[in-house]
Design a protein around this ligand. Structure first.
Ligand SMILES: O=C(O)COP(=O)(O)O
Ligand SMILES: [Mg+2]
Length: 235
């Protein structure tokens, strides 16, 4: 097992930064249900899972706006706000709903932490949704920091969202990696100049290999301390 030298206090623990939707947690059923609850009230027809992969990624407001674009229906800023409130109320009320961690996630956390590594969350989901969802699933205690799409004045794919998360978690960008499922995560890692791991099972609307991540995993059993160290040392 990989081991961190505990005597060298100048070297920060390796930090593994996780995206939330489609990476740690399979949230698609609840997102689709709340989105359809929202847009059908405005006369739109429901969206599908395939649609969701094009809509999710930049938070709830953008998801609703993209759904209207998808259905070729104009939407003014004034109309958006009550729909946004309707989405948030519905999504929050059902939480954690059908959302569940992907297989092997907590075993992966335990493995990384046993090797002296730190874990953080960098999601574009707003804090008022991300925090109770992680709490509802009993995961909060694993993380040194959780940042959302509204924590800073910037969000993924802006690399500063990752830097802000690393700083809050007490990490070092030179010893950090990003795990994500979509273009925002891989681009943000690229912009922050840190290695990226794409998961193949999330909500990307293109094959994740097209995003040029540093590497790809098909399940959390592949995310080992050895892989994390290899990626950090190779950067
Ligand atoms: O809520 C979203 O739109 C995206 O969330 P994620 O950054 O955790 O994938
Ligand atoms: Mg995601």
């Amino acid at each position: 097992m990989a081991c961190i030298n505990p005597r060298n206090t100048d070297v920060k623990a390796p930090l593994v930064v996780f995206d939330l939707d489609g990476t740690m947690i399979d949230t698609h059923a609840d997102l689709i249900e709340s989105l359809n609850h929202t847009i059908t009230s405005a006369g739109l027809t429901p969206v599908t899972y395939e649609d969701l992969t094009h809509l999710v990624g930049q938070g709830a407001r953008v998801m609703i706006r993209r759904a209207f674009d998808l259905k070729n229906t104009p939407l003014s800023e004034d109309e958006l706000e009550p729909l946004f409130d309707r989405f948030i109320a519905h999504y929050k009320a059902g939480m954690p709903g059908k959302s569940r961690p992907y297989p092997g996630l907590t075993a992966c956390f335990d493995r990384l932490k046993a090797a002296g590594m730190t874990i953080a969350v960098c999601t574009n989901k707003q804090e008022t949704l991300a925090l109770p969802l992680l709490e509802g699933l009993g995961l909060t205690g694993h993380f040194a920091a959780i940042t959302g799409g509204d924590t800073f004045e910037f969000r993924k794919p802006d690399g500063r969202h990752i830097f802000g998360t690393i700083e809050k978690a007490g990490g070092d960008p030179a010893r950090s990696i990003m795990i994500g499922d979509s273009v925002n995560d891989i681009l943000a890692a690229h912009n922050a100049k840190i290695p990226s791991v794409a998961v193949s099972f999330g909500y990307s609307d293109v094959p994740v290999a097209d995003l040029n991540p540093t590497t790809i995993i098909d399940g959390f059993d592949e995310l080992t301390p050895e892989l994390v160290l290899r990626l950090i040392e190779a950067q």
